[in-house]
Design a protein around this ligand. Structure first.
Ligand SMILES: Cc1cc2nc3c(=O)[nH]c(=O)nc-3n(C[C@H](O)[C@H](O)[C@H](O)COP(=O)(O)OP(=O)(O)OC[C@H]3O[C@@H](n4cnc5c(N)ncnc54)[C@H](O)[C@@H]3O)c2cc1C
Length: 314
């Protein structure tokens, strides 16, 4: 890459996108990189084609309930639609579309994992299996434990990162024929192993070719079974789901499990971001402020504002 971007952002989830949008609007050159195949991180949608029909499963964030006007406005502009109420917003045909719409034309290199960052002569060098990138500033918008692994335990920000706690979540995606039971559109039962179950096909803009469900296991259940294979997790979770919704397990058209190792913050940092002494390295994400996409968005905004304030002060 010949042009060195002003800011390299590692992580194209809601925090990275939020930060990049504000910087680009202010004229700062930005390069986002993400190890994933899609954009949006935990704002994730799995697409499956069954007998020629496209099905979608929101296997990460289920819906967004913005409490801040600026975030609500941004979501409406990105095409968010109400699910069951005007306050629970979803993307169509899936949550990842919202992230993609929010990212717009931002420069994002996908499937680029960064596993080493070093600073030398006023420049950051980011390296990974896909190659190298240089930038004047670096923003990490990745889960706190992954930021800690990247920076190392000797880094001055390590102690603060180590205090953050993020819980895992095992998720089951399952599809049943259109005439199968639909006892509810969603169910929150914190004491059940499947603490959250959503009838994904009841969200607006989804295919009517199947009844699709997303079940998310409670934190304790998820931690207990975290190291099992995806097949084992599916085998354990599928009967639990069928029992709750009154469906026959063998009648499932599709069933897959997904493992989120760092799903939701259980102990946040308590401030919108971390930054080194000279404002050259920032670390942010939902875990700074809470466990929701709005927290990620706010963290990204705060980082961008801080970078712009420092630039204007020079
Ligand atoms: C199962 C589940 C259910 C949820 N339900 C809701 C909900 O209903 N409502 C709600 O508001 N929120 C919900 N959340 C939380 C919400 O998804 C997150 O708060 C938000 O998406 C986090 O955004 P982020 O940008 O901070 O991090 P992420 O979305 O995690 O983005 C980080 C990105 O960094 C990339 N990355 C990581 N390491 C590297 C690396 N070394 N190199 C390159 N790229 C890297 C990842 O691929 C990822 O795309 C849920 C989350 C999960 C997992």
């Amino acid at each position: 890459m010949t042009n060195i971007p002003g800011v390299a952002i590692i992580g194209a989830g809601m925090a990275g996108i939020s930060c990049a949008r504000t910087l680009v609007q202010a004229g700062v050159s930005v390069q986002l990189v993400d190890k994933g195949r899609g954009i949006g991180g935990r704002m994730a949608t799995r697409r499956v084609t069954l007998d020629g029909c496209d099905l979608t499963f929101d296997h990460g964030a289920q819906y967004l309930r913005p409490t801040r006007d600026d975030f609500a406005q941004v979501l409406h502009h990105a095409g968010a639609r109400g699910w069951e109420s005007d306050t629970a917003l979803v993307g169509m045909p899936g949550m990842s579309r919202l992230a993609r719409n929010l990212a717009g034309e931002l420069p994002i290199s996908q499937q680029v994992e960064i596993n080493a960052i070093t600073q030398d002569g006023g420049l950051w060098h980011l390296a990974g299996p896909a190659g190298q990138l240089q930038a004047r500033r670096v923003v990490l918008t990745i889960p706190a434990p992954q930021a800690l692994a990247l920076l190392g335990r000797a880094h001055p920000l390590a102690a603060a990162l180590a205090d953050v706690r993020m819980a895992p979540c095992l998720t089951l995606m399952a599809a049943f024929p259109p005439d199968s039971p639909r006892p509810f559109s969603h169910r929150l039962a914190p004491d059940h192993p499947l603490a959250w179950i959503a009838q994904d096909s009841s969200k607006p803009g989804r295919s009517a070719a199947a009844v699709t469900w997303v079940a998310q296991a409670a934190p304790e259940f998820s931690a207990t079974h975290l190291e099992r294979t995806a097949e084992e997790i599916e085998t354990i979770m599928r009967p639990l789901l069928c029992d709750v919704i009154g469906a026959k397990g063998e009648g499932a058209l599709y069933a897959r499990a997904h493992r989120w190792r760092y799903a939701q913050t259980s102990q946040p940092l308590g401030q919108p971001f971390l930054c080194d002494a000279d404002g050259a390295l920032y670390v942010g994400g939902d875990w700074c402020l809470g466990a929701q996409a709005q927290d990620a968005w706010q963290s990204g905004q705060a980082i961008a504002q801080d970078i712009l304030a420092r630039q204007n002060a020079v």
